[in-house]
Design a protein around this ligand. Structure first.
Ligand code: CUA
Length: 346
């Protein structure tokens, strides 16, 4: 009997020390991950730059505090329980049924109700907002079509907005389900084929905020990225004026650039891409009217530079396997001329 009890105690201590090790390791991993989040402010809901994200971040900190306190308290009680059982092995709770009811049912019910009210409050505060104007965003595998119907602008993978003004979004999809998420500005919103979901965002300070598709949509889901560029109102107005549809087709003056324009049509790039002011009106791929002024290529994969644009046209499947752009076999001189022409489209 005595030998059995000491074996039981040893087993309990072994279980306890293994459990403590697992929890300690988990704590270290989470702490390191959170330090990583803290260093990188890019694409983080913990560094809000607008009212919607601010409410989500505040709610996150409340949840973090409540859950951490609950976790620590529960682990402390579990440790006390295991130690007591290891030393006595007599069973039963010395604190009685009232303690079990209060700490096991009443307090959790109160805490969960409080969290539910806080979550619903954060949601309802964001439900509707009168917005200055509306931008239509269509998700495609694996890029973002961006339209400003009031301003007559079509672009891709970049959404420019003025700071301090709520901007409406109409979100939809051209193929499968995607999800629109700019963590620094707002929560997520699904983009569904055949349905328009309304949403709004607001940035309170100028900056470039990375967005990401948040619904698995295929092999390049992780590289379905975009940028929200928040500009001072006068900079935004200047951008709108510069993007407005061209009345006259732009006629490249330089011979090499004019040749690049010919290559664009000869290689049938216009089958998929549009350039306003020219005969190119393809709709399968991004509008290239101002491709030279974009920050990135291939929806965030490459910084926009002549070298990267050449690489992208030469081997799109090598840069981003699984996207819909086919390889275009061009003579190096033609490719060079084409890149020069596209880079002039600012
Ligand atoms: Cu689009 Cu994931």
């Amino acid at each position: 009997m005595h030998a059995e009890s000491s074996r039981g105690r040893a087993r309990c201590r072994a279980v306890l020390s293994t459990g403590a090790c697992i929890w300690a390791a988990t704590f270290v991993v989470v702490a390191v991950a959170m330090i990583g989040c803290h260093v990188d402010h890019d694409q983080s809901m913990l560094h809000p730059a607008g009212p919607r994200a601010g409410r989500i971040a505040a709610l996150w900190w409340v949840l973090f505090a409540v859950c951490s306190a609950t976790f620590l308290l529960t682990m402390a009680l579990a440790a006390i329980g295991i130690l007591r059982r290891a030393s006595t092995l007599d069973g039963g709770s010395p604190l009685g049924n009232r303690f079990i009811f209060v700490s096991g049912a009443a307090i959790p019910a109160a805490v969960l109700t409080g969290i539910l009210i806080a979550s619903l409050g954060a949601q309802s505060a964001d439900a509707k907002r009168d917005t200055d104007f509306t931008i239509q965003v269509v998700g495609h595998r694996y890029w973002w079509e961006v339209r400003y119907p009031d301003q007559g602008i079509v672009t891709a993978n970049e959404i420019r907005i003025p700071v301090g003004r709520p901007v409406g979004l109409e979100l939809s999809s051209g193929d499968v389900i995607h999800s629109f998420w700019v963590p620094n500005l707002a929560g997520k919103k699904d983009m569904l084929p055949g349905q328009v979901n309304r949403f709004w965002i607001q940035a309170d300070r100028p900056g470039i905020y990375r967005g990401q598709c948040a619904e698995f949509c295929g092999v390049q889901h992780a590289w379905m990225a975009f940028r929200v560029v928040a500009l001072e109102p006068e900079e935004f107005d200047a951008w709108v004026a510069a993007q407005a549809p061209a009345e006259e087709p732009p006629v490249p003056a330089e011979e090499e650039i004019a040749r690049g324009r010919e290559v664009f049509f000869a290689a049938h790039c216009d089958g998929c891409h549009a350039i306003r002011g020219t005969a190119a009106a393809g709709k399968r791929g991004p509008d290239l009217s101002h491709v030279g002024s974009r920050l990135t290529l291939a929806a965030g994969v490459l910084p926009n530079s002549p070298e990267n644009l050449a690489e992208w046209i030469r081997d799109p499947q090598g840069v981003k396997p699984g996207n819909l752009m086919p390889r275009t076999a061009l003579h190096p001189d033609d490719l060079d001329a084409l890149v020069q022409y596209l880079q002039t489209l600012k």
